[in-house]
Design a binder for this molecule. Structure first.
Ligand code: HEC
Length: 110
């Protein structure tokens, strides 16, 4: 479990480093208006545990395809974390958390 947290931290740091390197803010703002932004965020931050389709369950991650949580509850878990899952409030804005939370409703196997 410690190993997974370390791996996640490394991945997160790499993502942050890459993000800063090309953060043309106008381009980022434009990208945020596209519907696929939630998917991009998901692939950057959530894939390691939840998998591409939300059902991988690494580190005991919840199956997002079967989640019964409301949007608000998902936002809460993503923001503040729950048990093994660390919160993302230090890594992304509230807007982005909402986008990725919305995206979790779209996860399915194909
Ligand atoms: C370090 C691995 C890890 C990462 C990265 C991760 N999660 Fe999780 N996630 C978990 C675990 C483990 C749980 C179950 C938590 C528990 O047992 O209380 C969980 C639970 C959830 C839940 C609650 C589902 C439910 O029905 O209870 C949501 C929603 C969620 N994650 C979304 C995300 C999103 C979106 C991201 C990316 C921003 C993300 N997670 C990144 C491990 C992770």
């Amino acid at each position: 479990m410690m190993k997974n947290i370390l791996l996640f931290t490394v991945v997160a740091l790499v993502v942050i480093a890459c993000g800063n390197a090309n953060s043309g803010s106008a381009a980022m703002a434009a990208a945020e208006e596209q519907p696929s932004e939630g998917a991009k965020i998901y692939k950057q931050y959530c894939l390691t545990c939840h998998g591409l389709y939300g059902d991988m369950g690494a580190s005991g991650a919840a199956n997002l395809q079967e989640s019964k949580l409301t949007l608000e509850q998902r936002v809460e878990v993503i923001t503040n974390g729950r048990n093994v899952m660390t919160g993302f409030k230090a890594l992304m804005s509230e807007d982005k958390i909402k986008l990725v939370a919305q995206y979790t409703f779209e996860l399915k196997n194909n």
